[in-house]
Design a protein around this ligand. Structure first.
Ligand code: KG4
Ligand code: ZN
Length: 305
């Protein structure tokens, strides 16, 4: 079977075609650069951009896969969570295609898709596993018992990790989104120069960590920019990796996956990899291109409906 998948939950218009053997036959993601000048995603701008890009992305994907629309057996669409105006563009388009082709429409959860995105490039990977989802909008630890059974163990009660990185980066004068730049700076700094507070509560809270970093930025000696990035990115990575390992141990899981834009972080990958190795747990990452919002993961989740 061939699944046409659509992702428009935030600011990336992405369309993919995947088959039932988990192959990605084509994927086209049109990223929106307009938001950089506002320092964050503007929902109204995002929706209009999706509306202008969705057909172009769909046609480009079919061409990439060397398929015609008649080869599509089902349509998958990210339906929740996300910006309502953005989601509506994708959902309406997906409904239209499914009606016109008379094929099933499968609505997919965006976070569950991030949680299993590592299966795209790890073809022998199957649940059960624990997945750490870290993006600009979400931070959670999810137990994936099967491709259709998900249980969230921990989630952020305020800011998501990516949001903290982007906001601190902006305060440091780095253009949006600043997560990747902070990650590179972190590798050149001294992670012990500043002491990031590590909350000991039962759910992730990153708002206090953001305030801590923002206060330091206000009086930061330019010579210690990399040290702040390092203390923050390593601090958060150690904190969430530790949590993820604890959940995996509690549930007896021997596999951990990562997903979401921040899963591209070299510091986080390195930190979690070290802890997994020390605990005899296998760790799986998605390719960097499948960390950020993309429709391939929506198709993969959708095929297990
Ligand atoms: O999953 P995603 O593309 O969109 C959301 O669903 O939010 O994640 C975007 C987030 C942004 O906060 C961005 O700064 C962060 O992922 N990000 C990174 C890296 N690449 C993207 N954070 C740390 N290191 C990176 N290499
Ligand atoms: Zn996402």
């Amino acid at each position: 079977m061939k699944f046409l998948a659509i992702e428009t939950s935030c600011d990336d218009t992405s369309v993919a075609i995947v088959d039932s053997s988990r192959n990605v036959l084509g994927v086209k993601t049109l990223s929106q650069v307009e938001h950089a000048k506002f320092g964050g995603v503007v929902p109204e701008v995002a929706s209009r951009h999706h509306e202008n890009s969705i057909l172009e992305a769909s046609l480009a994907t079919l061409e990439m896969a060397n398929l015609s629309v008649d080869n599509v057996d089902a349509v998958c669409v990210a339906s929740n969570p996300g910006l309502i105006g953005s989601l509506l563009v994708g959902i309406s388009f997906a409904h239209g295609v499914s009606l016109a082709l008379n094929v099933p429409l499968i609505e997919v959860n965006h976070i569950e898709s991030h949680a299993i995105s590592a299966v795209i490039n790890n073809e022998n990977l199957d649940p059960p596993f624990v997945s750490l989802v870290v993006s600009g909008g979400h931070t959670s630890v999810i137990d994936v018992e099967s491709f259709t059974k998900y249980k969230t163990y921990f989630h952020t009660i305020d800011d998501a990790v990516g949001e903290v990185l982007d906001k601190v980066a902006r305060e440091m004068g780095i253009s949006y989104p600043g997560g990747a730049t902070l990650d590179s700076m972190a590798l050149q700094g001294n992670k012990n120069f500043f002491q990031m507070p590590r909350p000991k509560i039962s759910n992730f809270s990153f708002s206090g960590i953001k305030t801590w970093a923002m206060e330091i930025v206000k009086k930061l000696d330019p010579n210690h920019r990399n040290d702040l990035a390092s203390s923050l990115v390593f601090g958060i990575s150690e904190y969430i990796s530790d949590y993820t390992l604890k959940i995996a141990k509690k549930l007896g899981r021997k596999q951990i996956c990562m997903g979401g834009g921040v899963a591209a972080s070299k510091v986080l990958r390195q930190t979690l990899a070290k802890m997994c190795a020390e605990n005899n747990v296998n760790l799986f990452f998605p390719d960097v291109k499948y960390c950020q919002d993309n429709a391939a993961m929506i198709g993969i989740r959708g095929m297990f409906f």
